[in-house]
Design a protein around this ligand. Structure first.
Ligand SMILES: [Zn+2]
Length: 158
C-alpha cells in the first residue's frame, strides 16, 4: 500500500501533469522529474505546465497508440501542436528510422516529444537560482534602531 494520493499512472511530483515512466525511491516519476532534486520539483512542474500542449500530446500518444484509433489520435495531436505554433513537432521525417526513410514511427515521435520536455525542464531547472537550504527567519535578530554611534561621522565637526 502507498499513501500516494495521486491518480494511478501520474507522476508523484506535486502538481505534475505527466504520466509515469520511472520508479525511484519507491515512487513513480515522469521522465522529467525522475532523478532530480526535490528542490527543483516546482521549476520542472511549472515548465511542464507552460508546455502543456506537448505534455498532452505525449499522454495522448502513449494512450492512443496502444488503444486503437491511431489515425484520429495522430491527426488530433498534430492539430494541437500546429495550433501552438510548433509545426516542427508534428510527425515527419525526424521520426523515421534511417533504415526506412519516409515511414514515420509513432514510438520515435513519442521519444522526440519526451526528449524536448526533458531538455526544456533541465534548462528551466538550471535557470533556477533560488534554492532555499535553510528556512527564512520570521523575526529580525540584532539591532532594529540606529545607534547613537555614527560610523561615518565627519571628524572635523565632532
Ligand atoms: Zn513529473
Amino acid at each position: 500500500m502507498t499513501a500516494d494520493h495521486r491518480q494511478p499512472g501520474m507522476c508523484s511530483a506535486y502538481g505534475c501533469p505527466m504520466v509515469v515512466t520511472t520508479r525511484s525511491g519507491g515512487r513513480w516519476y515522469c521522465a522529467c522529474h525522475a532523478g532530480k532534486s526535490p528542490a527543483l520539483n516546482d521549476q520542472i512542474t511549472r515548465e511542464l505546465r507552460r508546455l502543456d500542449f506537448i505534455v498532452d500530446s505525449v499522454i495522448d500518444l502513449r494512450k492512443e497508440y496502444s488503444l486503437g484509433d491511431w489515425e484520429a489520435a495522430s491527426n488530433r495531436i498534430q492539430a494541437r501542436l500546429i495550433a501552438a505554433g510548433r509545426r516542427d513537432l508534428a510527425i515527419g521525417a525526424a521520426d523515421c528510422s534511417p533504415h526506412r526513410p519516409g515511414v514515420p514511427i509513432a514510438r520515435m515521435w513519442l521519444q522526440r516529444l519526451e526528449r524536448i520536455l526533458i531538455e526544456a525542464t533541465d534548462a528551466a531547472a538550471s535557470r533556477s537560482t533560488f534554492v532555499p537550504s535553510v528556512p527564512l527567519r520570521k523575526s529580525i535578530i540584532g539591532p532594529t534602531h540606529a545607534s547613537t554611534v555614527h560610523p561615518y561621522a565627519d571628524p572635523d565637526r565632532a
